[in-house]
Design a protein around this ligand. Structure first.
Ligand code: IFM
Length: 482
């Protein structure tokens, strides 16, 4: 027992009865079977097959082959003692073709529904709660061809998709999550261009922000109307925990907090866009895509707010002369910016280490700080850590085991941070480790491994890493292991 050390390396901490220990994945990152059972391309199929967009030309065509290994992956989750599994649904498996224009929306692909129905049933049979995300970035390509998230019609289509999923699985899903990290979808997809669909259009990125927010609100309404069970409703945001440097540090932090965090929490949890965000972006857009009634639609009550946290970011006002630093943790691509309206004002400076294999700094205190800050801002909103984890370059030992002490240490320190926040009154309901499996890490392909279970991408064989064994002990006992 080593409670209370300043480096967050505690053990013996007891998590409350009912605390959810889970793990997470996402459809395009693990499923494979990209052309099977009626699925059509998503923007990530198109993007990953565009030369130069993803390291090594990797694609999600096979990924971890989870689609075909469903039963054994479910058994693996049970062996790990998971209380919940957070997965996402591939929209192009459910509605593979554009609407015929009849007004009824796209035809539903029963094979797609059947796959997720088998997944949900398999989880329930094993005593694992299904936490289903509707959108983890795999937009049907036909919707992007019609303009994508900058278009209001995409939010309309999302509402119809949510109705389909609520009707199909709303009797059994424990928690519905509308969107995963809309920040990435909007700013990396349409502003910076390092994510699909790879567009570098700052005004389109802000329109995408709004239509993703609108899609969230519409989807909560649609899921509520169609789910016959008693699911919880949520959304997952990737919060930016900021540090400031130099003169004007507070201004730099305010600007980035507005774009990264409050652009989503404002409408979703307060029913308004922050005035300073509208001012900061006035040279990029007039926000005329926000229509009467949208904000009320977006601000649907949710049962739990999903929090993804990996590291902090350090910003300062750019002097306009020195080479502008862009260490915001996201693989740059082209001339686009993830920070419309502030790209000429703020720079992201290199942070102190240590770092993970992504180059992200390890800062467990940032998680404690984030959870406390969310409690201060939204006192009645229960929270769930829906992603936390680390990529490291794992080495397989001669005996076939995968010792990954750095990942284990990372997890220990972040669980300690979460526990400390709970001791200070944060209503944290659970924690999902990213990720269950090594998988397709977007622009980095298969080069970055986040799994607590190793996947050999030749044989597709799974091996539980030491961090996975450690996590299984935590999940089964509720006590932070030695
Ligand atoms: O792999 C991603 C995931 O899809 C979304 N959140 C961050 C993870 C690590 O980059």
């Amino acid at each position: 027992m080593n409670a209370g050390t300043s480096d967050y390396r505690d053990s013996g901490l007891v998590f409350p009865e009912g605390f959810t220990f889970g793990s997470a994945t996402a459809s395009y990152q693990v499923e494979g079977a990209a052309q099977e059972d009626g699925r059509t391309p998503s923007i990530w199929d198109t993007f990953s097959k565009t030369p130069g967009k993803v390291w090594n030309g990797d694609t999600g065509d096979v990924a971890t082959d989870h689609y075909h290994r469903l039963e054994s992956d479910l058994d693996l989750m049970k062996d790990l003692g998971l209380g919940a599994y957070r997965f996402s649904i591939a929209w192009p498996r459910i509605q593979p073709q554009p609407s015929t224009g009849s007004g009824a929306g796209s035809a539903v692909n029963q094979a797609g529904i059947d796959f997720y129905s088998r997944l949900v049933d398999g989880l329930l049979e094993r005593g694992i709660r299904p936490v289903a995300t509707l959108y983890h970035w795999d937009l049907p390509q036909y919707l992007e061809d019609a303009g994508g998230w900058p278009m209001r019609a995409t939010a309309d289509a999302f509402e119809r998709y949510a109705e389909v999923m609520g009707s199909a699985l709303g009797d059994r899903v424990h928690t519905w999550t509308t969107l995963n990290e809309p920040w990435c979808s909007a700013y990396l997809g349409y502003g910076q261009g390092g994510h699909a669909p790879g567009r570098g259009e700052p005004a389109a990125a802000l329109a995408a922000v709004h239509h993703l927010n609108l899609a969230h609100g519409r989807a909560v309404q649609a899921l509520r109307a169609t789910s016959t069970g008693d699911p919880d409703y949520s959304v997952t945001l990737n919060f930016h925990v900021l540090r400031g440097r130099g003169d004007g540090a507070a201004e730099a932090m305010r600007r980035i907090d507005g774009l990264a965090n409050r652009a989503f929490t404002g409408p979703m949890l307060r029913g308004e866009y922050p005035v300073d965000l509208l001012e900061d972006t006035a040279s990029v857009t007039d926000w005329s895509f926000v229509e009467d009634g949208d904000l009320a639609t977006i601000a649907q009550p949710i049962d739990v707010l999903g929090v993804n946290y990996y590291s902090t970011a350090t910003v300062r006002m750019w002097d306009g002369v020195s080479p502008r630093q862009q260490n915001d943790g996201h693989k740059a691509s082209g001339d686009g910016t993830a920070w419309p309206g502030s790209d000429k004002a703020v720079e992201f400076v290199q942070q102190p280490g240590p770092y993970t294999a992504m180059g992200w700094n390890i800062a467990p205190e940032g998680l404690e700080e984030l959870l406390l800050s969310l409690k201060a801002q939204f006192p009645d909103q229960p929270l769930m850590v829906t992603e936390n984890g680390a990529a490291f370059d794992d080495v397989v030992a001669d005996n076939g085991s995968v010792p990954d002490p750095e990942r284990l240490d990372y997890l220990r320190r972040h669980f300690t941070a979460a526990h400390r926040a709970m001791e200070q009154g944060v209503d944290l309901r659970g924690y999902f480790v990213w990720s269950l499996l090594d998988n397709f890490e977007w622009g980095y392909g298969y080069a970055k491994r986040f799994g607590i279970v190793r996947v050999d991408f030749d044989s597709l064989e799974r091996t539980v890493k030491d961090s996975g064994k450690w996590y299984a002990l935590l999940a089964k006992t509720g006590v932070l292991p030695e």
